[in-house]
Design a protein around this ligand. Sequence first.
Ligand code: URA
Length: 222
Amino acid sequence: MSSYLGSLGFSYHKMKKIDDKELDTVCLDKESLLNRLRQEIGYCKRCELYKTRTNIVFGVGNPCTDIMFVGEAPGEEEDLKGEPFVGRAGRLLDRMLEAIGMSRKTNVYIANVLKSRPPENKIINYMSSIDICLPFLLRQIEIINPKLIVCLGTIAAHALLKIKEPITKIRGRFYMYDKSIKLIATYHPSYLLRNPYAKKEAWEDLKKIKEMIVKLREVESV
Ligand code: URA
């Protein structure tokens, strides 16, 4: 994972105990690295999705966070606004975050596997775009270097874990991503809107996420 940052002379893994001033510098570095990455994506034509999208949806939130949420692809409202999770599913995600004391304005970063909207939101018809776009998500993760990644739904979980099991089997369990980052998957908010009975399980997952982030922060402060 350190290839991209290493090539730029950065190594956040080595920065174990840092004071507030150093933290500000690290955060500014992360912000500028993300800006550089966004510039590199440019007016992307690497796959056919550029023909139908309005805006590239890169990511939103605090680049200095220790928890990152990963969805699948922008929908109609995200495409128009250029921001992830701003439609109905996004409003549910915001409520889910609020329930565990988090928000995109302060302490999480949110990105998608695909940065351009698939027509009619049918990502299943554009699976080859995932291979093309995924490296940009991997670099967002590398720059942010969170302690915990939360995959929202099957597409994100499969893309990051390289496994194929159904979300019902994967969700609610902790995995390791790239040896040092904990990863958990839960249901996608759109799925929860269609299947409200699954909200109970999603709530169990949210409680585990909250507990894990507290634990991970405790470990760091020791
Ligand atoms: N669904 C996603 O997976 N991502 C978004 O940004 C919006 C809806």
